[in-house]
Design a protein around this ligand. Structure first.
Ligand code: FE2
Length: 197
């Protein structure tokens, strides 16, 4: 994993609230609340406290977006209609299963960095960039279009935080986010191909 910073930020220096020594926030939402107890030893994995907070914030946002995209995909698995029902119903199942599995990996990395993982609809709605599931099920190809945008959004959010992890020497997180970008880019391509003539 290359250590050199890419052109685009955020870096640790300008990661939201990290420079101020606070647990990062987005709006009123508390993101990546720090965990711990007097009985447990202080985390000493070679990544300092502020860096772990900035990385946990990025992972929390990716987790929230991944979960929202998971729920959207599962909803579409249930509610898709039309002549492409069979193929889309099966494809959406493959995709929501992958997304659900990814949420566990992301959440447990946040815990390994000493922060609580967000895991409620209230928290996810505050920090998610991917919009909530449509109230009324869209037509099949509109579902595909919504999922393309969702996967592209999660890819952008994950990619944004790779330099933050790299700069802190957190290769496991950088690798994890890189792997998520690979999956989201590939899934977006497959879905987008359904919309092309
Ligand atoms: Fe099912």
């Amino acid at each position: 994993m290359a250590k050199e910073l890419k052109k685009t930020k955020p870096s640790i220096a300008n990661a939201p609230a990290a420079a101020a020594g606070k647990v990062p926030k987005k709006g009123d939402a508390m993101v990546a609340q720090e965990s711990g107890s007097r009985n447990a030893p202080i985390i000493n994995i070679g990544i300092d406290r502020q860096d772990r907070a900035a990385i946990a914030e990025g992972l929390s946002r990716v987790l929230a977006d991944t979960y929202t995209l998971y729920l959207t995909t599962h909803n579409f698995h249930w509610n898709v209609t039309g002549p492409h029902f069979n193929s889309l119903h099966a494809m959406f199942m493959t995709q929501y299963t992958e997304l659900w599995t990814a949420t566990d990996v992301l959440a447990e990395r946040i815990r390994a960095l000493g922060h609580y993982a967000p895991g409620s609809y209230a928290e996810f709605s505050k920090i998610s960039t991917v919009p909530d599931v449509p109230q009324t099920p869209p037509k099949a190809m509109e579902m595909v279009r919504i999922l393309v945008k969702g996967h592209e959004t999660v890819s952008r959010i994950a990619r944004e935080f790779i330099p933050v992890a790299e700069e802190a020497g957190d290769d496991p997180t950088a690798d994890m986010l890189t792997a998520r970008c690979t999956v989201h880019d590939q899934t977006a391509w497959m879905l987008r191909s359904l919309l092309e003539d």
